[in-house]
Design a protein. Structure first.
Length: 321
C-alpha cells in the first residue's frame, strides 16, 4: 500500500488524533473545517509552519502506524525527525548482522553503492554526451571501498554538466569533497549554502534521507551503524550510505525547476510538493516497478540479505523507463 505524504505549511493548525484518525484543525476555525486522515494511511507528516502544534497522542499514534514526522526550521529545511521504534521480530539478529559484517563485505557494498550513484548521475545527463560517457567509464573503474575516491571525482564532472546539456567534461583534477565543486552558470554545490538551487537540493535530500531511515528502522537495522559514513554524531549514517544512488532523482527534479524558472521562487509549497513527489516516482527493482517509497523497503531487505551472505549483489532502485 502506498502511504500518503501530509505537508502542513499553508496556515497555522493544531494536529491531534481521534479514533486513530489524524485531525488537522486550522487555527482560524471560521475559515476552514478540520480534516481527518486515517493514521494507517500516512507515511510522512512534514510540518513547515511555526504556528503548528501537535499533541503527544498524535505523535504516538503516528509512530505506532509507522509514520515519520519531519519538522522544518526557520529556513524551511528539515531540522528534526521522529522515527517509529522498530518492532521487527528479529531486531537483535539484525544488529548482530551489522556488527558481524566483515570489512571485505562492507567495502564491496560501498563499492556497489558508488557505482550505482555514478551511473545514476550519468543517467541524468544527455545521452551520448562526452560527460555522460566519461561518468559511465568512471563507474566501471570504481574500486573496492571506492579506494580511488571515484565518488568525488565523478561529482566534479557531474555538477559541471548538471545544468548544461551536452557540455564538455572538465579536467579530472583531484578533489576531496563534493562541497565547493564548481558548476556552470555560477552554481556551486554547497550543502550549507542558502541560494535557491542548493536549498531545493538540500530539502529534497533531507526528505529522501527520512524515507530511507524509515525503511531501515522498519527492517530492524540500527541506522547509526553505516558502511561508510561513520561520524560519531550521525544518528542516520546508514541512511546517508544507502540514499546515495537515489540523490540524482532529486537532482533531476531541481534541474527541471531550474529550466522552468521556478527555482527562483525558493521553497514554495509548489516546489516542495515537486520534491516530495520523488518518493512516489516509479522505479524499477529486481524486475518489478513501483513507487520509490515502496521500493526502499525491498532495497533495504536486499541489503539485509547481503549482510547475511544470502546475496552477493545489492539490488538498488533505478528510475523506470
Amino acid at each position: 500500500m502506498i502511504k500518503r505524504i501530509i505537508e502542513i505549511s499553508r496556515e497555522p493548525a493544531h494536529l491531534s488524533v481521534r479514533l486513530d484518525q489524524l485531525v488537522v484543525q486550522p487555527i482560524d476555525k471560521d475559515r476552514a473545517e478540520a480534516k481527518t486522515i486515517p493514521c494507517e494511511d500516512i507515511g510522512f507528516v512534514l510540518i513547515d509552519h511555526p504556528q503548528v502544534t501537535i499533541t503527544l497522542p498524535a505523535l504516538a499514534t503516528l509512530a505506532d502506524y509507522g509514520a515519520v514526522v519531519v519538522v522544518c526550521g526557520k529556513n524551511h529545511l528539515p531540522s528534526g525527525l521522529l522515527l517509529p521504534m522498530s518492532e521487527h521480530t528479529e531486531v537483535v539478529w539484525r544488529f548482530a548482522d551489522q556488527i558481524d559484517a566483515g570489512k571485505p563485505l562492507v567495502k564491496k557494498l560501498w563499492q556497489q553503492v558508488i557505482v550505482a550513484k555514478i551511473r545514476a548521475q550519468a543517467g541524468n545527463l544527455e545521452a551520448g554526451s562526452p560527460t555522460r560517457r566519461l561518468l559511465e567509464e568512471m563507474a566501471r573503474q570504481v574500486r573496492s571501498d571506492d579506494a580511488g575516491n571515484s565518488e568525488a571525482q565523478a561529482a566534479k564532472v557531474y555538477w559541471s554538466a548538471w545544468l548544461v546539456p551536452g557540455s564538455t567534461p572538465p579536467l579530472a583534477s583531484s578533489v576531496t569533497a563534493e562541497q565547493g565543486i564548481p558548476c556552470d552558470q555560477d552554481f556551486r554545490r554547497d550543502p550549507d549554502a542558502l541560494d535557491p538551487l542548493n536549498a531545493l537540493l538540500n530539502y529534497g535530500y533531507a526528505v529522501l534521507r527520512a524515507a530511507v531511515a524509515r525503511a531501515i528502522v522498519s527492517a530492524g537495522l540500527f541506522p547509526a551503524m553505516g558502511i561508510h559514513h561513520c561520524h560519531r554524531a550521525n544518528h542516520f549514517a546508514l541512511a546517508d550510505d544507502l540514499m546515495e544512488p537515489m540523490r540524482p532523482m532529486v537532482d533531476a527534479v531541481v534541474r527541471q525547476l531550474h529550466r522552468t524558472g521556478r527555482h527562483t521562487e525558493g521553497l514554495t509549497q509548489l516546489n516542495k510538493a515537486a520534491l516530495l513527489g520523488v518518493l512516489n516516482q516509479t522505479v524499477a527493482l529486481n524486475g518489478e516497478t513501483g513507487p520509490l517509497m515502496v521500493a526502499l523497503h525491498r532495497y533495504v531487505a536486499g541489503f539485509v540479505r547481503c549482510l547475511r551472505r544470502e546475496a552477493g549483489d545489492l539490488a538498488i532502485p533505478v528510475p523506470a523507463g
